[in-house]
Design a binder for this molecule. Structure first.
Ligand code: FAD
Ligand code: DHB
Length: 395
């Protein structure tokens, strides 16, 4: 098999890259180790920046997003029993769109099928070769048969635990990492959301987040211990703990119901530098992880592949290599800004066992500053809605 770009991983970054390349007339094959149903079953992000929506429009997969996505012009911050709105529209003129990662993935998968493009699911033993020379190849086994794809470039879109970053020689790559001493317990339930907008709550007992997928489906998160286990949380225990962490006026409005999904995710900040090794490019979670508090993971994955698609299009259509040479620096400029914001918002909203009473007071003082000053509110709003892509391109 031969293709121009071999993409490893069919998560949002691999699928969106495939769609953008197809629009530019560049051929690509996606190799994914799991089944399509498994990929669709992962409940993850829910907030899209305007930049991500524009990339999905460019890829021709934004019709359902425009119909069913919920535009949100602000968020609410809860602390000390009170609720404060941050008005994105007034502060930045922009909004975010609430539309689940599962739906983005489904739209991209459907468009791929409709265009007759090849995605190999259930690929075993995926490996990458030759990217430091001129003959990159991706190998895998499927149904007991060995396959090889020869290509011009490999895109590593295979997430944090993938094979592509692990295949780079150790001396050529540097990782920067912070692991947080807690996780998030998430619940998805078919109940109406408690508020029209998302509520981020700082509470003595730990962080809580009220999010949503639609007017009838809610997504809630609770900060939990790293060694906590989903099985220990009955639905009733989850709803009780959620209500304890919210101001009374919000808690009283929570509609409870059976959880249709419950999972625990650890929190981590991670960046790998650089993101290009000869003819291999890393994109999305394969190159970086943010703690989910700032809702940036999926948005960064989208902007990475936006830059990569642009660079590869320039290469094939104009015979220019400037875009692919600038890929890593362009992405990293944007990534470190999102890393800073995600780390800061995580530090502000969670209970850190080691910081004690002084740390709590500092969080309260900073939250008061944020909601009480135009500069503080604007900074939060600008970072949350996301920076436009061209603003972060160096040179
Ligand atoms: P992924 O979605 O991880 O996709 C990578 C794909 O590559 C997967 O389908 C995987 O099966 C495949 N793969 C892996 N290894 C191989 C291999 N060797 N060969 C072939 N294929 C391979 N972000 C938010 O903004 N908000 C959230 O609430 C949120 N919650 C999250 C919860 C969890 C548990 C995780 C892990 C992430 C969460 N994120 C969240 C982050 C967000 O979901 C990711 O940033 C986003 O999924 C990144 O997309 P991706 O395509 O780069 O990686
Ligand atoms: C969701 C997840 C987040 O991490 C976040 O900051 C906001 C919303 C969500 O899953 O809806």
């Amino acid at each position: 098999m031969r293709t121009q770009v071999a993409i490893v991983g069919a998560g949002p970054s691999g699928l969106l890259l495939g769609a953008l390349l197809h629009k530019a007339g560049i051929s690509a094959v996606i190799v994914e180790q799991r089944s399509a149903d498994y990929v669709l079953g992962r409940i993850r992000a829910g907030v899209l920046e305007q930049t991500t929506v524009e990339l999905l429009e460019r890829a021709g997969v934004a019709e359902r997003l425009h119909r069913d996505g919920l535009p949100h012009g602000g968020i609410e911050l809860a602390f000390e029993g009170r609720l404060h709105r941050i008005d994105f529209k007034a502060l930045t003129g922009k909004h975010v769109t609430v539309y689940g990662q599962t739906e983005v993935t489904r739209d991209l998968m459907d468009a791929r099928t409709a265009a007759g493009l090849v995605t190999v699911y259930d690929a075993e033993n995926v490996s990458v070769h030759g990217f430091d020379g001129n003959a990159p190849r991706v190998r895998f086994r499927k149904a007991g048969i060995e396959h090889e794809i020869a290509c011009d470039f490999i895109a590593g879109c295979d997430g944090y635990h993938g094979v592509t970053r692990a295949s780079v020689p150790a001396g050529a790559i540097t990782g920067f990492e912070k692991v947080y001493p807690f996780g998030w317990l998430g619940v998805l339930a078919d109940v109406p959301p408690v508020r029209d907008e998302l509520v981020y709550a700082n509470h003595e007992r730990g962080f809580a987040l009220c999010s949503q997928r639609s007017r009838t489906r809610s997504r809630y998160y609770l900060q939990c211990a790293l060694d906590d286990q989903v099985e220990r949380w009955t639905d009733a225990a989850f709803w009780d703990e959620l209500r304890r962490r919210l101001p009374d006026e919000v808690a009283q409005g929570v509609t409870t119901g059976p959880a249709i999904e419950k999972s625990i995710a650890p929190l981590r900040s991670f960046v790998a530098e650089p993101m290009r090794f000869g003819r291999l490019f890393l994109a999305g979670d394969a190159a970086h992880i943010v703690p989910p508090t700032g809702a940036k993971g999926l948005n960064l994955a989208a902007s990475d592949v936006g830059y990569l698609a642009e660079g590869l299009t320039e290469f094939y259509l104009d015979k220019r290599t400037a875009g692919i040479e600038a890929y890593s620096a362009r992405c990293l400029g944007r990534i470190w800004k999102a890393e800073r914001f995600s780390w800061w918002f995580t530090s502000l909203m969670h209970r850190f066992p080691e910081t004690g009473a002084f740390g709590r007071k500092m969080q309260q003082a900073e939250l008061e500053y944020l909601v009480g000053s135009a500069a503080g509110s604007r900074s939060l709003a600008e970072n949350y809605v996301g920076l436009p892509m061209q603003q972060v391109v160096p040179g």
